[in-house]
Design a protein around this ligand. Sequence first.
Ligand code: PHE
Length: 451
Amino acid sequence: MNQTGGIGHDQWKTRFGFMLAAMGSAVGLGNIWRFSYVAGENGGATFLLIYLFFTLLIGIPLLLTEFSIGKAGKMDAVGSFKKLAPNTKWHLTGLMGVVGGILILSFYTVVSGWSLFYLYRYLTGAYWTEPDGGFGAAFDSWIASPIAPLFWQGLFLVATILIVMQGIKKGIERANNVFMPALAVLMILLAVYGLTLEGAKDGLAFLFTPDWSQLTNPSIYFMAMGQAFFSLSIGICGMLTYSSYLKEKDRLPAATVGIGIMDTVFAVIAGVMIFTAVFSFDVDPSSGPPLVFITLPSIFASMPAGNVVGIVFFILLTMAAFSSAISLLELPVAYFHRTLGFTRKAATLIIGSIVFVLGVAASLGFGIWGGVQLGGNNIMDMMDNLTANIILPLGGLLMVLFVGYYLTKEQAIKNSELETPFLQSAWYLLIRYIIPVIMVVILVGSLFGII
Ligand code: PHE
């Protein structure tokens, strides 16, 4: 629109700033909240091993594929496909990503709102000791209440909107430059504290000593795959959008590997932090999604300096959620701004309102709308399943097919910016044959309800 900083002109100031923002997107509730309960329910170390394997074999090559589309297309989720494949239907991949981003953000803000509320409870001292009736009852009645969660969810969303409104350099890059280092320091502090606890050894054994017999359990593979996708933020064009703001000279491959490794390191450190505590206090590691909101608070209440640990933990969880929410909002905003021509401000406000309304539905699904269910899933579960099990893998599949089959080999390799012939061939082989086959198996598996 305007000449300076208008459509398509905003860029990352540095490649490092881009890396921090992409790590900020990757590291989120997925690493701490989702990873810990999915790993806890699926055998710990065995799950971790398969998850690492998928991250290396599929996650990182796919992340490079997604980045390569955005950097070459230099536009939003839809616009990049339109530019690279004019007069085709490939841009529907981007549109599906936009819808997926809006859906994920809708339930993501609900859980982030819980986290913000818990932070408030810790800051005021309300949760330093077990409330009457216990943490379980307190959590259940809180998420079921009609108004209060909406307030915290709204507050979190407003903060996200305010950052995204300011654009790439001034909003998103600046915020992540603060969050990511802070996040790393806090998480390492908590993990080190966890290691000093008495039962730390058992927690480490749970996380790092695989039970090989579990390898024959198919659901572990599906869960590990879904977790790798969700955690790396791949398949819905959020990462594509971020890479479109790179400068020409900023190379992709090393940044991609760095982002993939950091996301995984964060997941492992979060695992150490959580499972050392869980095992020291003899709690069942498979306590499911409430692990972070029920199990940990009761551990904090009986641990030395647990109130400080609680405060630090919920600052960490809220910040991690915040930097991911920013990337989830930027994805549809970029489409409305760059392809549809809305101003960034209008785009942010429109999408923010849609997200809020959908989020209200997700939140009420724990209370007065608890009757709205599909196959035993409430509204949030439906949004989670539709995105993590269908939209993310389908988006990932379409992207590898696009780069592997629609683009020529020369274009694909040039856009990937891989330099050595060995890496070029290995990556191309993965995205043309290996990844599509695995993705189809996962998708068919999830459609038939194996997950
Ligand atoms: N990767 C984020 C997390 O781990 C979630 C996310 C998914 C963010 C997809 C952006 C896109 O919490």
